[in-house]
Write a protein that binds this ligand. Structure first.
Ligand SMILES: Nc1ncnc2c1ncn2[C@@H]1O[C@H](COP(=O)(O)OP(=O)(O)OP(=O)(O)O)[C@@H](O)[C@H]1O
Ligand SMILES: [Mg+2]
Length: 274
C-alpha cells in the first residue's frame, strides 16, 4: 500500500504550485500482455531533483521511456501532463520538443563521432551567443570534454561517456532532464563527479528526474524520492524522510543487519509496510 509520508514545510509550500510533470494511473504493456507499469502515479515539481528507486525489473526504465514517448501506443491507460498539457502517446520528437530530454542507460551517443561532433549535434538548430554560453557551461562542468574534443566517443571511458551524454542533453536546454541510472558501471569517485555535476545543473533551474539502484548516491542530491516495485510506486517522501524509513534502510541502504537468508527474506516481506 502506498504510504504517504508527512511532507516537511518547505516542500509543502512548493506543493501548492501545480507540478511540472503529472502522471496519473498509467499502465504500460509490452507485447499487449506483459504489464511493466501497473497504475503508476507521481508528480514532479519544478526546480527539484526527483529520484525513483527500485530493484531490477521494477519498471524504472519503462517509466522514463513511457514519458519520453519511446514506447509506441503506450501508456495503454492513464495520463501524463507536462506544464498542464497532455503528452502521453505523443511521438518522441514532440515530447522532446516540449523540453523533456532523456539520457538513456546506454547513453545513446554517436559512438563513431568525436566528442565535439556529439556536442554539435546537441546544439542542432541553435546558434550564436546562447550556444557559446551553453558550451562554456558544459565545459566548465566537465573540463575533460574540452580536452578530448577530437576523440571518438566510443573510445572514452564509461564515466567520460556519461559526462558527454549529460553535456549533449544540456545543450538542448531541457526543462526536465531525465537520466536512467547515471551511476551505472562507474567507479565511486567518477559517479560522485557526475552527481556533483547534476546538482550544479539543478541549481541553474533545470528539473531532474533520475532513476537509480544506488540509493545512497541518489539521496545525496535528491529532494524527493519514489520507491517503485513491480510497476507501482509503493512509498514516497522527501529524501530525508525516506532515509529514516526502516524498510528503505534495510532494503535500499543496506543498514539494519537484516538476515539475508531466503527464510529471513520471507519473514521480512511479511513485516514490510508496503
Ligand atoms: N522490450 C521489452 N519487451 C518485453 N518486456 C520488457 C521489455 N523491456 C522491459 N520489459 C519487462 O518490463 C519489466 C520492467 O523492466 P524495466 O527495464 O523497466 O525495469 P528496470 O526497473 O529498469 O530494471 P533494471 O534495474 O534492471 O534496469 C521487466 O519485467 C522487464 O522484463
Ligand atoms: Mg532499467
Amino acid at each position: 500500500m502506498k504510504q504517504a509520508l508527512e511532507a516537511n514545510k518547505p516542500l509543502a509550500a512548493a506543493a501548492d504550485k501545480p507540478p511540472l510533470l503529472k502522471i496519473a494511473n498509467i499502465e504500460t504493456l509490452y507485447f499487449d500482455r506483459i504489464y511493466a507499469l501497473r497504475g503508476l502515479t507521481l508528480a514532479i515539481r519544478e526546480r527539484e531533483i526527483f529520484a525513483v528507486l527500485g530493484p531490477n525489473g521494477a519498471g524504472k526504465t519503462t517509466l522514463l521511456k513511457t514519458i519520453a514517448g519511446l514506447l509506441k501506443d503506450q501508456p495503454n491507460k492513464g495520463t501524463i501532463e507536462f506544464e498542464g498539457r497532455r503528452i502521453h502517446r505523443l511521438a518522441p520528437e514532440r515530447v522532446s520538443g516540449r523540453g523533456i530530454v532523456y539520457v538513456p542507460e546506454d547513453r545513446g551517443l554517436f559512438r563513431e563521432l568525436t566528442v565535439k561532433e556529439n556536442l554539435e549535434i546537441g546544439c542542432w538548430g541553435r546558434r550564436g551567443r546562447e550556444v557559446r554560453e551553453d558550451m562554456e557551461f558544459v565545459y566548465g562542468l566537465f573540463p575533460i570534454l574540452a580536452e578530448r574534443g577530437e576523440q571518438q566517443a566510443e573510445t572514452l571511458s564509461g564515466g567520460q561517456q556519461q559526462m558527454l551524454a549529460i553535456a549533449r542533453a544540456l545543450l538542448r536546454r531541457p526543462k526536465l532532464l531525465m537520466l536512467d541510472e547515471p551511476s551505472l558501471g562507474l567507479a565511486p569517485l567518477v559517479a560522485r563527479t557526475v552527481y556533483e555535476a547534476l546538482l550544479k545543473i539543478a541549481q541553474t533551474g533545470t528539473t531532474i528526474l533520475l532513476v537509480e539502484q544506488n540509493a545512497k548516491l541518489a539521496f545525496s542530491i535528491a529532494d524527493y524520492g519514489y520507491i517503485m516495485e513491480a510497476g507501482r510506486i509503493v512509498l514516497e517522501g522527501t529524501a530525508a524522510e525516506l532515509q529514516q524509513n526502516q524498510d528503505v534502510q534495510e532494503l535500499y541502504l543496506g543498514l539494519g543487519g537484516q538476515d539475508a537468508s531466503p527464510k529471513g527474506w520471507r519473514l521480512y516481506k511479511k513485516r514490510r509496510t508496503w
